[in-house]
Write a protein that binds this ligand. Structure first.
Ligand code: ACO
Length: 327
């Protein structure tokens, strides 16, 4: 018997340090006008030197736990979506399990880049629906600043750091997850990647000299694919439950680029005014962007009981996915 699964708490955290486009003008051959007009980004948050990804995740997780009223010891499962873990292993989820005192939780990381939070919610939903676990903490957390080539103006201006988290519980009928769709196309795997540091190219003097431990991206190709994939996924997730884009009260997409979001709204014939956009403040925070936006929208009083809230994202892999919530 499938049980209802709903969000019973949420929280986000962004580092204090703000790096504006003007600050970047002083470091790179770029301008505020170029970044703003091409991406919709004005500034981003950058973690302090002594702050690691698990610290951001713990801050967001603590807020989500507090919001849910759940004790740390009641969490059965922790999934951390990240492509910037504290270290390749152990999983950042295990480090968070220890830091938050989630004594009985099973913990693992999930690698699906910017779609990671949607993938994480989907995995947790399965465990909760089928009765394996009762309560899960799903966190999207990233320190993109640590894998950016700060000499590459094509990429470093786009990203930022942050974390967002939700507590999901079986049997919770409010804020219920009513449909999920995931997609993958591995033919896109060369278009956004960090080449070195794995079995293909273990760290060496050469990999460092060639700057292969940084994110590399073909922005134009991603741009073409992203809006189409998110739009198709949105339609599939809605069709499964007999809904259409007209039924969405608020659309909360992954915040990659304002022009991708405009393209998404256009494809769905959906008003951009109902799309939640905070990219100007944070840039692209990868797996953290959707939960940060979700919590901000809720805190702003934009999510009402019974609203259809749609989350959709796209990222490296390629991966993409959509989650529909009845608030
Ligand atoms: N400042 C000034 N000039 C720049 C900068 C910069 N920061 N970056 C690139 N340029 C230059 C380029 O060098 C190029 O100059 P050239 O013509 O002399 O060679 C010129 O600007 C135009 O570059 P384009 O790549 O054609 O710019 P485009 O209009 O395609 O915009 C962008 C680039 C913003 C990266 C766009 O392709 C994009 O948004 N792609 C999506 C990428 C993305 O969002 N990735 C995130 C990860 S995936 C995800 O989260 C969905």
């Amino acid at each position: 018997m499938h049980q209802a699964v709903g969000i019973i708490g949420s929280g986000y955290y962004v580092p204090e340090r703000i790096v504006s486009n003007i600050d970047l003008e002083n470091m790179l051959d770029t301008t505020d006008e170029w970044i703003w007009s091409r991406t919709g980004i004005r500034e981003r948050r950058i973690a302090a030197n002594n702050q690691v990804t698990s610290d951001l995740a713990v801050a967001a997780g603590q807020k989500a736990l507090l919001d849910s009223g759940i004790e740390a010891g009641e969490i059965d499962l922790v999934i951390v979506a990240t492509m910037t873990p504290d270290m390749p292993f152990p999983a950042t989820a295990c480090i968070i399990q220890k830091k938050l005192g989630l004594s009985k939780a099973v913990a693992f990381d999930l690698s699906a880049a910017c779609s990671g939070f949607i993938y994480g919610v989907s995995v947790a939903q399965q465990y909760l629906q089928n009765g394996t676990y009762r309560t899960a903490l799903v966190i999207g957390a990233e320190e993109m600043s640590r894998i950016l080539d700060w000499k590459d103006r094509n990429t470093c201006v786009l990203f930022g750091d942050g974390a967002g988290a939700v507590v999901l519980q079986a049997g919770a009928k409010e804020r219920e997850i009513i449909s999920v769709h995931l997609g993958t196309d591995g033919s896109g795997c060369d278009l956004l990647k960090m080449t070195a540091g794995g079995s293909l190219l273990p760290a060496s003097h050469e990999t460092i000299d060639q700057r292969l431990h940084f994110l590399q991206m073909n922005g134009k190709e991603i741009y073409k694919y992203a809006a189409k994939a998110m739009a198709e996924s949105t339609i599939i997730a809605l069709n499964k439950i007999g809904l259409s884009p007209r039924d969405i009260d608020i659309l909360i997409p992954h915040q990659a680029n304002i022009r991708i979001l405009e393209g998404l709204a256009e494809r769905l014939k959906y008003p951009l005014s109902n799309v939640y956009v905070n990219i100007s403040k944070y840039g692209n925070t990868s797996a953290a962007s959707i939960p940060i936006a979700l919590v901000e929208a809720e805190e702003a009083g934009m999510l009402k009981r019974d609203d259809i809230v749609l989350l959709t994202g796209f990222g490296a892999g390629f991966t993409w996915g959509t989650c529909v919530i009845k608030w």
